[in-house]
Design a protein around this ligand. Structure first.
Ligand SMILES: NC(=O)c1ccc[n+]([C@@H]2O[C@H](COP(=O)([O-])OP(=O)(O)OC[C@H]3O[C@@H](n4cnc5c(N)ncnc54)[C@H](OP(=O)(O)O)[C@@H]3O)[C@@H](O)[C@H]2O)c1
Length: 285
């Protein structure tokens, strides 16, 4: 038996590494650290080029991994085609696609308040973008040795909380991913979804610093682990799904939410009955 806390440093959302903002940046650093040639994109060269420089500076000296920024709007078919073309021209092939670009758009909330533009924007970024990127990488993956596609979704998609249009689009990823898994499995292409709980990125830290008290306490209490996630933990999970360690996993939807969805009925029960119940962990001395 290995003492867990001695083998691995215990995680906390309070001692987060904030130097890299956004989950995508931390995923890219993780892959490059492992030696991957990593192409990253955003809608703006002014944002993605400094991000690539930051990642390069944070890499260990001895890694062969590299980071290459490309300006690309993932909601544009021509941009995505150009991104894939330049990647195939400059490098050997594409083994891994991480559909991470996403987020709630516009004034999204309860359905009767959402405009058609907001609905369309949420679907474009969170579902059409992953469709376009997957569509372009599948043929070169199939011609090579296969590959792994990882779609970054949200726990909200499964439990009907949060922004409606965003959640609907992210729920669509489950079906998109399963179709890819079923149609292209014999080409050794795997496709999986990672459904995130609240992850403390740089932008969320700024919100926290501006707010009175701790705006995340309630969210922490809703998780089984009693804390929120770190971008590095998501990067670890994405790396697992990309690697041969997960070679028999495809078509799966894996929660990375600290146990939020595992205990969701308890959350609703407490909210509906106005019960201020202490988690069991507080009862154990
Ligand atoms: N943080 C959380 O608690 C949480 C929880 C559940 C799920 N997620 C999901 O995790 C993923 C990453 O979230 P995050 O918190 O890191 O978000 P973030 O900090 O807002 O980063 C989103 C990234 O997507 C890029 N992006 C947005 N629109 C794009 C477009 N049309 N084309 C290309 N790139 C685009 C942005 O770059 P530019 O603006 O420069 O284009 C940015 O780099 C998202 O899919 C999000 O839905 C996050």
């Amino acid at each position: 038996m290995i003492a867990y806390e001695r083998a691995f440093s215990r995680r906390s959302d309070r001692d987060c590494n904030w130097r890299l903002s956004g989950i995508g940046k931390v995923i890219a650093r993780r892959f490059a650290t492992e030696g991957a040639t990593t192409v990253i994109c955003s809608r703006s060269a002014d944002r993605i080029e400094p991000a690539a420089d930051d990642i390069e500076h944070a890499l260990p000296d001895d890694t062969p991994g590299t980071v290459h920024p490309v300006e690309c709007d993932v909601t544009s078919a021509s941009d995505v085609r150009a991104l894939v073309d330049v990647t195939l021209t400059d490098f050997d092939g594409i083994d891994i696609l991480v559909n991470n670009a996403g987020g709630a758009q516009g004034n999204d909330g309860k359905l009767h308040t959402i405009s058609e533009d907001t609905w369309a924007d949420n679907l474009a970024l969170n579902l059409t973008g992953p469709y376009l990127c997957s569509r372009e990488v599948i043929p070169p993956m199939a011609e090579a040795d296969g590959g792994s596609i990882i779609h970054v979704s949200t726990a909200n998609a499964a439990i009907g909380i949060g922004a409606s249009a965003y959640s609907a689009a992210k729920a669509g990823l489950y079906s998109l991913s399963r179709s890819i898994a079923v149609h292209y499995g014999t080409f050794n292409i795997r496709s999986n979804v990672l459904s995130l709980g609240t992850i403390l990125t740089e932008s969320r830290r700024e919100t926290r610093e501006e707010a009175d008290g701790d705006p995340y306490q309630e969210l922490r209490d809703e998780t089984a682990l009693g804390r929120l996630g770190q971008p590095a933990e998501i990067a670890d999970a994405v790396l697992f799904l990309a690697s041969p360690c997960s070679s028999f996993i495809t078509g799966a939807n894996i929660p990375a939410d600290g146990g939020l969805t595992a205990g969701v009925s308890q959350v609703f029960h407490r909210a509906a009955n106005d019960i201020d119940e202490q988690p069991v962990r507080d009862e154990i001395p």
